[in-house]
Design a protein around this ligand. Sequence first.
Ligand SMILES: [Zn+2]
Length: 345
Amino acid sequence: MIDHVNAGLHRQVPQVKGQIKLRQASQKGYLGSVRFFKQLIVGVVLVMLVVPWITMAGVYSRVKSESSQAEDRLVGALMRQQEALQQELEGYRDENRLLLQELDKARSLYDFESPYSQLHPELRVAGPQEYIDKNKVIYLTFDDGPGVNTRAVLKILSKYNIKATFFVVGYTIDGREELLRQIVEEGHTIGLHSYSHVYKDIYSSIEAFLDDFAKVSNKVEAATGVKPDIFRFPGGSVNSFNEGWGNTIISEMLSRGYRYYDWNIGSSDVAADATTSSIYNAVINQARNHPYGVVLLHDGGGSKARTVEALPLIIEQLLSEGYSFDKMTNQVRPTVFATGGYNRG
Ligand SMILES: [Zn+2]
């Protein structure tokens, strides 16, 4: 029995040995086999696909961490900057608070009650909101009327379709109310130039000035319905009679909203030796020196026939030189004398 088994085993041994040899042979064949190369190609392809991904992932995570560090630095810097700006802003707010306090103090000083506010409280007008500057404009102004030449002057202005300004005096209005109305109806401006035109009376005190001013203002308003808001000082704002009260009067009138106008082109038409050509030459020569001209002429205070003769010549010459003419309003920047030198207006 045992022998039989042994014999069986011995028969099987060569069989197993044969199988091992076969396997070894097939393994040797795999290295060069088609299967091997297939798997090799697949493997290489996989490696080629995976390696860049791994590399990219590495680069990506490095870049990401670097950029997030940079981002952190930037955010930090911005926050510090914001803090600095915040502090600066607080500084400005403090400064602003101090300035506002200063402004309040200044206002309380400024808002004083004028000691003359009880005198003729009706003498108050709305001042200009702004000044409108114009170039190459001539403002013809006629003082001391209404007078014997007012009608002739109006006729010339109408002929050339030009607007002008009349600084009227009160004492000469009676019987000439119609002329005042014509001035207004034809679109010119009426300004005030005192009631009496007597320097020593008008400038003797602020009360005297306001009394006189109220008188002419009321008279013009009664005749025309217009309450003038501009005026011209008799003799101009700087004269030998108003050294005492001049500045007080100016302050009071400005605070009441009135604006006053001196002139920058004198025609000297009131001079005893004035001629048509002297008036014409004076105006034309001076007009070229100013961006805008305020011309002093007269339509009252005696016969001013030479003024009437010179007027069309002046208008035609200045028109030909490109000037235009306009009436004054309180939005014309005041032309005022800055220093002494006595004038006659
Ligand atoms: Zn005058």
